[in-house]
Design a protein around this ligand. Sequence first.
Ligand SMILES: C[S@@+](CC[C@H](N)C(=O)[O-])C[C@H]1O[C@@H](n2cnc3c(N)ncnc32)[C@H](O)[C@@H]1O
Length: 289
Amino acid sequence: MSKADTVFQVRSDGISAEGVRDQYADGKAAKVWEIFIGDKKSRTENYRNFLVKKLRENGVRRILDVACGTGVDSIMLVEEGFEVVSIDASDKMLKYALKERWNRRKESNFDNWVIEEANWLTLYDDIQHLLNGGFDAVMCLGNSFAHLLDNYGDQREQIQAIRNFERCVKPGGLLLIDHRNYDNIMNTGATPAKCIYYNSSHTTDIKTSVLYIASKPALVTLDYQISTGKGEVSEFRLSYYPHKLKVFEEILRSIFRDAPSHETYGDFKPLDRVIQPAFYIHVIKKASA
Ligand SMILES: C[S@@+](CC[C@H](N)C(=O)[O-])C[C@H]1O[C@@H](n2cnc3c(N)ncnc32)[C@H](O)[C@@H]1O
């Protein structure tokens, strides 16, 4: 059992304590996630424009989405004509992506969409057969990476996961990875409910709890409240590691040595154009061979 688990229950009922900690394994969050993100076509324009432009101007054709969840980002990219391989550790989340692929299998882009179960800690070995010299871009978006907790107090598993991401990027390719603005969440004790990714019309409230271990913030728990319509409110709980911007940038720098560029955006805008963004998005280029 991890350090954090001994003092704080992060899992929903019924989730095994062994293996990958799949916070979505009881299916509860997966089901509500579909409501939370709204219509899969309904991405915020800012996000779609930012992502597609960034990928196209870097000549990206083949993408690995390492946190595809129910498939929302991957579907958008398949529709945009990119070649996409999507992985996720949660079969409860993947089942929605698999269903969409099946429903749209007559469209050749969807027929070619590869979806597999894999875990970031073993990613490079898990997807050897799909690497083909590496992907033009690897992406881990939607505050997904922060799900990986710091079980040993030295961020070793987070570093291992980012090393795996780096190994899956081909020389000259990109990693796009994001996290919420935990510096601000720590300072204010609150999490903004607005989402820069999805145009969900369902009112969302997010209650924030922070667990400190040895006076350092070690775990943030967000209790989401989603209005499912007809006056009903559905709730689910997810836990995250509170990444500090400077530390996260330093980890990326240490893994992507000699990176020709490392850009950090706030809510998809240059940092000098946004005050206290809800999310930080890192776009880092791997050095050419
Ligand atoms: C917040 S969801 C986001 C999904 C999608 N990108 C979106 O924006 O809707 C995070 C996803 O990360 C996945 N995940 C968490 N830890 C993982 C791990 N160690 N390996 C692979 N996937 C993981 C979860 O199963 C979940 O589907």
